[in-house]
Design a protein around this ligand. Structure first.
Ligand code: AMP
Ligand code: GLY
Length: 428
Protein backbone atom coordinates (compact mmCIF):
# COMPACT_ATOMS: atom_id res chain seq x y z
CA UNK A 1 0.00 0.00 0.00
CA UNK A 2 1.36 3.43 -0.97
CA UNK A 3 0.54 6.42 1.18
CA UNK A 4 0.82 10.15 0.65
CA UNK A 5 1.53 12.31 3.69
CA UNK A 6 1.19 16.06 3.16
CA UNK A 7 3.39 18.24 5.39
CA UNK A 8 6.96 18.43 6.59
CA UNK A 9 7.27 19.05 10.32
CA UNK A 10 7.71 17.12 13.56
CA UNK A 11 4.03 16.21 13.55
CA UNK A 12 4.36 14.60 10.12
CA UNK A 13 7.54 12.81 11.23
CA UNK A 14 5.65 11.24 14.14
CA UNK A 15 2.76 10.29 11.80
CA UNK A 16 5.11 8.71 9.23
CA UNK A 17 6.92 6.75 11.93
CA UNK A 18 3.65 5.39 13.30
CA UNK A 19 2.29 4.52 9.84
CA UNK A 20 5.52 2.59 9.16
CA UNK A 21 4.62 0.16 11.95
CA UNK A 22 1.93 -1.36 9.73
CA UNK A 23 3.53 -4.11 7.59
CA UNK A 24 1.12 -3.44 4.71
CA UNK A 25 2.65 -0.01 4.14
CA UNK A 26 5.08 -0.04 1.23
CA UNK A 27 6.03 3.44 0.03
CA UNK A 28 5.26 6.60 1.95
CA UNK A 29 5.59 9.81 -0.08
CA UNK A 30 6.06 12.92 2.06
CA UNK A 31 5.25 16.27 0.41
CA UNK A 32 7.59 18.00 1.15
CA UNK A 33 8.89 16.00 4.16
CA UNK A 34 12.17 17.03 5.82
CA UNK A 35 15.68 15.86 6.72
CA UNK A 36 14.44 13.30 9.26
CA UNK A 37 11.34 12.07 7.45
CA UNK A 38 13.67 11.22 4.52
CA UNK A 39 14.87 8.13 6.46
CA UNK A 40 11.35 6.63 6.46
CA UNK A 41 9.65 8.12 3.44
CA UNK A 42 10.36 9.35 -0.05
CA UNK A 43 10.41 13.14 0.23
CA UNK A 44 9.12 15.03 -2.81
CA UNK A 45 9.75 18.74 -3.26
CA UNK A 46 6.13 19.83 -3.54
CA UNK A 47 4.89 22.39 -1.01
CA UNK A 48 1.98 21.51 1.26
CA UNK A 49 0.09 24.54 -0.11
CA UNK A 50 0.63 23.57 -3.78
CA UNK A 51 -2.75 21.89 -4.25
CA UNK A 52 -2.34 21.42 -8.02
CA UNK A 53 1.10 19.85 -7.44
CA UNK A 54 -0.26 17.52 -4.75
CA UNK A 55 -3.23 16.41 -6.84
CA UNK A 56 -1.03 15.82 -9.91
CA UNK A 57 1.43 13.76 -7.88
CA UNK A 58 -1.28 11.66 -6.20
CA UNK A 59 -2.82 10.90 -9.58
CA UNK A 60 0.39 9.97 -11.36
CA UNK A 61 1.67 7.82 -8.48
CA UNK A 62 -1.67 6.08 -7.89
CA UNK A 63 -1.48 6.40 -4.11
CA UNK A 64 -3.89 4.27 -2.10
CA UNK A 65 -4.44 6.61 0.84
CA UNK A 66 -3.65 10.22 1.72
CA UNK A 67 -3.09 11.95 5.05
CA UNK A 68 -3.36 15.75 4.89
CA UNK A 69 -1.78 17.00 8.11
CA UNK A 70 -1.35 20.84 8.07
CA UNK A 71 -4.11 23.46 8.30
CA UNK A 72 -3.36 25.34 5.06
CA UNK A 73 -3.94 22.51 2.54
CA UNK A 74 -7.03 21.42 4.51
CA UNK A 75 -8.45 24.95 4.39
CA UNK A 76 -7.59 25.13 0.67
CA UNK A 77 -9.63 21.98 -0.03
CA UNK A 78 -6.88 19.39 -0.64
CA UNK A 79 -9.13 16.62 0.70
CA UNK A 80 -12.03 17.59 -1.59
CA UNK A 81 -9.71 17.43 -4.60
CA UNK A 82 -8.08 14.10 -3.64
CA UNK A 83 -11.42 12.48 -2.84
CA UNK A 84 -12.74 13.61 -6.21
CA UNK A 85 -9.99 11.42 -7.70
CA UNK A 86 -11.27 8.48 -5.66
CA UNK A 87 -8.37 8.57 -3.16
CA UNK A 88 -9.50 7.90 0.42
CA UNK A 89 -8.22 10.65 2.73
CA UNK A 90 -7.63 11.27 6.39
CA UNK A 91 -8.56 14.89 7.06
CA UNK A 92 -11.61 17.15 6.87
CA UNK A 93 -12.90 18.66 3.64
CA UNK A 94 -12.81 22.42 3.07
CA UNK A 95 -16.24 23.05 4.59
CA UNK A 96 -15.37 21.15 7.79
CA UNK A 97 -11.90 22.74 8.02
CA UNK A 98 -13.66 26.08 8.64
CA UNK A 99 -13.83 25.00 12.29
CA UNK A 100 -10.20 26.16 12.44
CA UNK A 101 -9.90 28.37 9.36
CA UNK A 102 -12.64 30.77 10.48
CA UNK A 103 -12.98 31.79 14.11
CA UNK A 104 -16.24 33.54 13.18
CA UNK A 105 -17.59 30.17 11.98
CA UNK A 106 -16.29 28.33 15.09
CA UNK A 107 -17.71 30.90 17.52
CA UNK A 108 -21.06 30.93 15.69
CA UNK A 109 -21.22 27.13 15.89
CA UNK A 110 -20.50 27.11 19.62
CA UNK A 111 -23.07 29.81 20.29
CA UNK A 112 -25.78 28.09 18.24
CA UNK A 113 -25.22 24.67 19.83
CA UNK A 114 -24.51 25.90 23.39
CA UNK A 115 -20.95 24.60 23.51
CA UNK A 116 -19.09 26.30 26.39
CA UNK A 117 -16.59 28.94 25.22
CA UNK A 118 -15.58 32.55 25.93
CA UNK A 119 -18.32 35.12 25.20
CA UNK A 120 -17.49 37.15 22.13
CA UNK A 121 -18.46 39.81 19.61
CA UNK A 122 -17.70 39.62 15.89
CA UNK A 123 -16.74 42.75 13.93
CA UNK A 124 -16.62 43.39 10.19
CA UNK A 125 -15.76 47.09 10.49
CA UNK A 126 -12.68 48.50 12.23
CA UNK A 127 -14.55 51.51 13.65
CA UNK A 128 -17.16 49.32 15.36
CA UNK A 129 -14.45 47.16 16.90
CA UNK A 130 -12.55 50.27 18.06
CA UNK A 131 -15.70 51.65 19.69
CA UNK A 132 -16.33 48.34 21.41
CA UNK A 133 -12.84 47.97 22.91
CA UNK A 134 -13.20 51.49 24.35
CA UNK A 135 -15.66 50.16 26.89
CA UNK A 136 -15.36 46.34 27.03
CA UNK A 137 -14.08 44.57 30.17
CA UNK A 138 -10.28 44.20 30.43
CA UNK A 139 -8.14 42.21 29.80
CA UNK A 140 -9.69 41.33 26.46
CA UNK A 141 -8.67 39.00 23.65
CA UNK A 142 -8.57 40.12 20.01
CA UNK A 143 -8.47 37.35 17.39
CA UNK A 144 -8.13 37.50 13.62
CA UNK A 145 -10.83 35.44 11.90
CA UNK A 146 -8.56 33.43 9.61
CA UNK A 147 -5.37 31.37 9.77
CA UNK A 148 -2.38 33.39 11.01
CA UNK A 149 0.32 30.83 11.94
CA UNK A 150 -0.79 30.94 15.56
CA UNK A 151 0.01 34.66 15.76
CA UNK A 152 -3.48 36.04 15.24
CA UNK A 153 -4.43 36.04 18.95
CA UNK A 154 -3.56 39.06 21.08
CA UNK A 155 -4.28 39.26 24.79
CA UNK A 156 -4.71 42.95 25.61
CA UNK A 157 -4.33 44.29 29.14
CA UNK A 158 -5.15 47.91 28.25
CA UNK A 159 -7.52 49.74 25.87
CA UNK A 160 -4.49 51.10 24.05
CA UNK A 161 -3.26 47.54 23.35
CA UNK A 162 -6.72 46.47 22.24
CA UNK A 163 -7.01 49.45 19.86
CA UNK A 164 -3.56 48.67 18.46
CA UNK A 165 -4.55 45.01 17.95
CA UNK A 166 -7.70 45.99 16.03
CA UNK A 167 -5.71 48.54 14.02
CA UNK A 168 -2.99 45.99 13.15
CA UNK A 169 -5.48 43.32 12.05
CA UNK A 170 -8.27 45.29 10.38
CA UNK A 171 -6.58 48.43 9.06
CA UNK A 172 -2.88 47.59 8.58
CA UNK A 173 -3.83 44.04 7.47
CA UNK A 174 -0.86 42.50 9.27
CA UNK A 175 -2.36 39.04 8.73
CA UNK A 176 -3.72 39.82 5.26
CA UNK A 177 -7.31 38.78 4.67
CA UNK A 178 -7.30 36.74 7.89
CA UNK A 179 -7.89 40.00 9.76
CA UNK A 180 -10.74 41.39 7.67
CA UNK A 181 -13.07 40.16 10.42
CA UNK A 182 -12.10 40.02 14.09
CA UNK A 183 -13.49 38.34 17.16
CA UNK A 184 -13.16 40.22 20.46
CA UNK A 185 -13.59 37.80 23.29
CA UNK A 186 -13.81 37.50 27.03
CA UNK A 187 -10.52 36.71 28.80
CA UNK A 188 -10.71 33.33 30.49
CA UNK A 189 -8.45 31.93 33.18
CA UNK A 190 -7.39 28.44 34.10
CA UNK A 191 -4.99 25.70 33.07
CA UNK A 192 -5.03 24.58 29.44
CA UNK A 193 -5.43 21.05 28.11
CA UNK A 194 -5.10 19.86 24.52
CA UNK A 195 -7.24 16.91 23.45
CA UNK A 196 -6.84 15.42 19.97
CA UNK A 197 -9.67 13.15 18.88
CA UNK A 198 -10.30 10.85 15.96
CA UNK A 199 -13.73 11.31 14.45
CA UNK A 200 -15.53 10.02 11.37
CA UNK A 201 -18.31 12.57 11.81
CA UNK A 202 -20.54 10.26 13.86
CA UNK A 203 -18.26 8.63 16.44
CA UNK A 204 -15.54 10.45 18.35
CA UNK A 205 -12.63 8.73 20.11
CA UNK A 206 -10.32 11.05 22.05
CA UNK A 207 -6.60 10.33 22.30
CA UNK A 208 -4.56 10.70 25.46
CA UNK A 209 -4.62 14.34 26.68
CA UNK A 210 -1.59 16.63 26.51
CA UNK A 211 -0.21 20.00 27.59
CA UNK A 212 1.60 22.42 25.28
CA UNK A 213 4.12 25.09 26.37
CA UNK A 214 3.47 27.95 23.98
CA UNK A 215 5.66 30.74 25.33
CA UNK A 216 9.32 30.95 24.28
CA UNK A 217 10.82 31.36 27.75
CA UNK A 218 11.00 29.38 31.00
CA UNK A 219 8.15 30.02 33.43
CA UNK A 220 5.80 30.86 30.52
CA UNK A 221 7.52 34.15 29.69
CA UNK A 222 8.34 35.74 26.33
CA UNK A 223 6.57 35.55 23.00
CA UNK A 224 4.05 32.96 21.86
CA UNK A 225 5.53 30.25 19.64
CA UNK A 226 4.15 27.28 17.72
CA UNK A 227 4.93 25.25 20.87
CA UNK A 228 8.22 24.73 22.75
CA UNK A 229 7.38 21.33 24.18
CA UNK A 230 4.60 19.03 25.32
CA UNK A 231 3.80 16.33 27.83
CA UNK A 232 1.15 13.60 27.85
CA UNK A 233 -1.02 12.70 29.60
CA UNK A 234 -2.03 16.04 31.15
CA UNK A 235 -2.40 15.30 34.90
CA UNK A 236 -5.21 17.88 35.23
CA UNK A 237 -7.41 16.02 32.78
CA UNK A 238 -9.06 13.67 35.24
CA UNK A 239 -11.61 11.00 34.21
CA UNK A 240 -14.38 13.24 35.61
CA UNK A 241 -13.30 16.19 33.47
CA UNK A 242 -12.91 13.90 30.46
CA UNK A 243 -16.49 12.67 30.92
CA UNK A 244 -17.77 16.24 31.17
CA UNK A 245 -15.85 17.28 28.03
CA UNK A 246 -17.28 14.33 26.14
CA UNK A 247 -20.86 15.28 27.07
CA UNK A 248 -20.63 19.07 26.93
CA UNK A 249 -18.05 19.65 24.19
CA UNK A 250 -16.88 16.71 22.05
CA UNK A 251 -20.18 15.04 21.15
CA UNK A 252 -22.07 18.35 20.77
CA UNK A 253 -19.33 19.59 18.41
CA UNK A 254 -19.43 16.64 16.02
CA UNK A 255 -23.23 16.61 16.10
CA UNK A 256 -23.27 20.34 15.37
CA UNK A 257 -20.94 19.91 12.39
CA UNK A 258 -23.12 17.13 10.98
CA UNK A 259 -26.24 19.24 11.56
CA UNK A 260 -24.64 22.13 9.66
CA UNK A 261 -24.05 19.85 6.69
CA UNK A 262 -20.30 19.60 7.13
CA UNK A 263 -19.55 16.46 9.16
CA UNK A 264 -15.95 16.48 10.39
CA UNK A 265 -13.70 13.53 9.67
CA UNK A 266 -10.06 13.41 10.65
CA UNK A 267 -8.36 14.62 13.80
CA UNK A 268 -10.23 17.31 15.69
CA UNK A 269 -8.09 19.24 18.17
CA UNK A 270 -9.80 20.76 21.20
CA UNK A 271 -7.81 23.52 22.91
CA UNK A 272 -9.55 23.65 26.29
CA UNK A 273 -9.32 25.85 29.35
CA UNK A 274 -10.38 24.42 32.68
CA UNK A 275 -12.13 27.47 34.16
CA UNK A 276 -13.96 27.78 37.47
CA UNK A 277 -17.19 27.41 35.48
CA UNK A 278 -16.02 24.18 33.89
CA UNK A 279 -14.11 23.28 30.74
CA UNK A 280 -14.43 25.75 27.84
CA UNK A 281 -13.21 25.72 24.26
CA UNK A 282 -10.39 28.19 23.57
CA UNK A 283 -9.88 27.00 20.02
CA UNK A 284 -10.56 24.19 17.61
CA UNK A 285 -7.93 22.99 15.15
CA UNK A 286 -8.90 20.82 12.20
CA UNK A 287 -5.74 18.69 12.46
CA UNK A 288 -3.20 17.05 14.74
CA UNK A 289 -1.32 19.56 16.95
CA UNK A 290 2.42 20.14 16.72
CA UNK A 291 4.18 19.23 19.05
CA UNK A 292 1.22 17.44 20.70
CA UNK A 293 1.37 14.64 18.10
CA UNK A 294 4.97 13.89 19.07
CA UNK A 295 3.83 12.89 22.60
CA UNK A 296 0.43 11.39 21.76
CA UNK A 297 1.26 8.98 18.93
CA UNK A 298 4.20 7.31 20.74
CA UNK A 299 1.71 6.31 23.46
CA UNK A 300 -0.82 4.89 21.00
CA UNK A 301 -0.91 1.08 21.03
CA UNK A 302 -3.50 0.68 18.24
CA UNK A 303 -2.47 0.65 14.60
CA UNK A 304 -2.61 4.23 13.24
CA UNK A 305 -3.27 3.29 9.60
CA UNK A 306 -6.26 1.11 10.57
CA UNK A 307 -7.73 3.94 12.63
CA UNK A 308 -7.18 6.47 9.85
CA UNK A 309 -8.79 4.14 7.31
CA UNK A 310 -11.75 3.61 9.65
CA UNK A 311 -12.13 7.40 9.94
CA UNK A 312 -12.08 7.77 6.15
CA UNK A 313 -14.56 4.90 5.66
CA UNK A 314 -16.92 6.09 8.42
CA UNK A 315 -16.64 3.03 10.65
CA UNK A 316 -14.61 4.32 13.57
CA UNK A 317 -17.19 2.89 16.00
CA UNK A 318 -15.89 -0.64 15.25
CA UNK A 319 -12.17 0.21 15.51
CA UNK A 320 -10.26 0.26 18.79
CA UNK A 321 -8.21 3.36 19.69
CA UNK A 322 -6.02 2.51 22.66
CA UNK A 323 -3.11 4.05 24.55
CA UNK A 324 -0.47 2.75 26.92
CA UNK A 325 -0.41 3.75 30.59
CA UNK A 326 2.96 5.45 30.20
CA UNK A 327 3.91 9.10 29.73
CA UNK A 328 5.75 11.12 27.10
CA UNK A 329 7.58 14.45 26.92
CA UNK A 330 8.81 16.34 23.86
CA UNK A 331 11.37 19.16 24.21
CA UNK A 332 11.79 21.38 21.14
CA UNK A 333 15.32 22.48 20.30
CA UNK A 334 14.91 25.73 18.36
CA UNK A 335 16.99 28.23 16.36
CA UNK A 336 18.37 31.34 18.13
CA UNK A 337 15.94 34.24 17.62
CA UNK A 338 12.81 32.06 17.22
CA UNK A 339 9.89 32.99 17.15
CA UNK A 340 11.43 36.11 15.57
CA UNK A 341 14.01 36.07 12.77
CA UNK A 342 16.57 33.23 12.84
CA UNK A 343 19.38 31.81 10.70
CA UNK A 344 18.99 28.68 8.56
CA UNK A 345 21.51 26.20 7.13
CA UNK A 346 23.44 25.60 10.40
CA UNK A 347 25.10 22.18 10.62
CA UNK A 348 23.41 19.90 13.18
CA UNK A 349 25.17 17.34 15.36
CA UNK A 350 22.64 15.13 17.18
CA UNK A 351 25.41 13.43 19.20
CA UNK A 352 24.15 10.31 20.93
CA UNK A 353 20.57 11.60 21.28
CA UNK A 354 19.12 8.70 19.34
CA UNK A 355 20.91 6.14 21.49
CA UNK A 356 19.29 7.35 24.73
CA UNK A 357 16.96 4.47 25.74
CA UNK A 358 13.31 5.53 25.35
CA UNK A 359 14.17 8.59 23.23
CA UNK A 360 13.17 9.43 19.66
CA UNK A 361 14.06 12.53 17.64
CA UNK A 362 11.31 14.06 15.56
CA UNK A 363 12.59 16.47 12.92
CA UNK A 364 10.69 19.75 12.52
CA UNK A 365 12.85 22.25 10.65
CA UNK A 366 15.74 20.21 9.23
CA UNK A 367 16.98 19.56 5.71
CA UNK A 368 19.76 17.59 4.04
CA UNK A 369 22.20 19.90 2.21
CA UNK A 370 23.84 19.14 -1.15
CA UNK A 371 26.39 16.91 0.61
CA UNK A 372 23.65 15.04 2.50
CA UNK A 373 24.51 16.71 5.83
CA UNK A 374 21.76 17.57 8.27
CA UNK A 375 21.23 21.35 8.57
CA UNK A 376 18.68 23.63 10.21
CA UNK A 377 15.81 24.80 8.01
CA UNK A 378 13.26 26.30 10.41
CA UNK A 379 12.61 27.93 13.78
CA UNK A 380 11.68 24.74 15.57
CA UNK A 381 14.43 22.34 14.52
CA UNK A 382 14.21 19.05 16.44
CA UNK A 383 11.87 17.59 19.03
CA UNK A 384 13.51 15.27 21.53
CA UNK A 385 10.81 12.90 22.76
CA UNK A 386 11.11 10.65 25.78
CA UNK A 387 8.68 7.89 26.69
CA UNK A 388 8.66 6.19 30.08
CA UNK A 389 6.46 4.59 32.70
CA UNK A 390 6.11 7.90 34.58
CA UNK A 391 6.04 11.55 33.55
CA UNK A 392 9.19 12.18 35.59
CA UNK A 393 11.10 9.54 33.65
CA UNK A 394 9.75 10.71 30.31
CA UNK A 395 10.93 14.27 31.05
CA UNK A 396 14.35 13.02 32.16
CA UNK A 397 14.78 10.97 28.98
CA UNK A 398 13.66 13.83 26.71
CA UNK A 399 16.20 16.20 28.27
CA UNK A 400 18.99 13.61 28.16
CA UNK A 401 18.45 13.43 24.41
CA UNK A 402 17.83 17.17 23.85
CA UNK A 403 21.04 18.15 25.62
CA UNK A 404 23.16 16.21 23.14
CA UNK A 405 21.89 18.20 20.16
CA UNK A 406 24.30 20.87 18.92
CA UNK A 407 23.99 23.59 16.30
CA UNK A 408 24.94 27.24 16.32
CA UNK A 409 22.36 29.27 18.27
CA UNK A 410 20.41 26.23 19.56
CA UNK A 411 18.21 26.78 22.60
CA UNK A 412 15.38 25.08 24.47
CA UNK A 413 13.13 25.68 27.44
CA UNK A 414 14.45 24.02 30.58
CA UNK A 415 11.08 23.56 32.27
CA UNK A 416 8.93 21.46 29.92
CA UNK A 417 6.65 19.36 32.13
CA UNK A 418 7.67 21.09 35.35
CA UNK A 419 4.25 22.61 35.98
CA UNK A 420 2.54 19.30 35.16
CA UNK A 421 4.78 17.46 37.63
CA UNK A 422 3.98 19.99 40.37
CA UNK A 423 0.26 19.69 39.68
CA UNK A 424 0.48 15.89 39.65
CA UNK A 425 2.22 15.97 43.05
CA UNK A 426 -0.47 18.27 44.43
CA UNK A 427 -3.15 15.85 43.26
CA UNK A 428 -1.43 12.75 44.65
P1 AMP B 1 -4.85 30.19 20.01
O1 AMP B 1 -3.90 30.60 18.92
O2 AMP B 1 -6.29 30.40 19.69
O3 AMP B 1 -4.49 28.82 20.54
O4 AMP B 1 -4.54 31.14 21.24
C1 AMP B 1 -3.24 31.19 21.74
C2 AMP B 1 -3.27 31.23 23.22
O5 AMP B 1 -3.91 32.43 23.66
C3 AMP B 1 -4.07 30.11 23.87
O6 AMP B 1 -3.36 28.93 24.02
C4 AMP B 1 -4.43 30.74 25.20
O7 AMP B 1 -3.33 30.60 26.10
C5 AMP B 1 -4.58 32.20 24.88
N1 AMP B 1 -6.00 32.55 24.72
C6 AMP B 1 -6.77 32.45 23.62
N2 AMP B 1 -8.02 32.83 23.88
C7 AMP B 1 -8.08 33.18 25.18
C8 AMP B 1 -9.12 33.66 26.05
N3 AMP B 1 -10.36 33.89 25.63
N4 AMP B 1 -8.79 33.89 27.33
C9 AMP B 1 -7.54 33.70 27.78
N5 AMP B 1 -6.53 33.25 27.01
C10 AMP B 1 -6.79 32.99 25.73
N1 GLY C 1 0.61 23.25 19.36
C1 GLY C 1 -0.54 23.97 18.95
C2 GLY C 1 -1.01 23.71 17.60
O1 GLY C 1 -0.65 22.76 16.94
O2 GLY C 1 -1.84 24.49 17.12
Amino acid sequence: MDILVIGGGGREHAIVEKLRQNPEVETIYALPGNGGIAAQAQCVDIKATDIEGIVGFAQSHKVDFAVVAPDDPLALGAVDRLEALGIPCFGPNKAAARIEASKVFAKGLMEKYHIPTAKCRVFHQAQEALNYVDSCPLPTVVKADGLALGKGVLICQTREEAREAVQAMMVDKRFGDSGSRVVVEEFLQGPEVSVLAFTDGKTIKPMVSSMDHKRAGDGDTGLNTGGMGTIAPNPLYTPEIAQRCMEEIFLPTIRAMAQEGCPFKGCLYFGLMLTQDGPKVIEYNCRFGDPETQVVLPLMTSDLLSVMQAVAAGNLADTPVEFSKGAACCVMVVSGGYPGAYAKGKAIDVGGAEQVPGATLYHSGTALDAQGRLVTAGGRVLGACGVGPTLEQAIHTAYQAAEQIRFQGAFMRRDIGKKALELARLQA
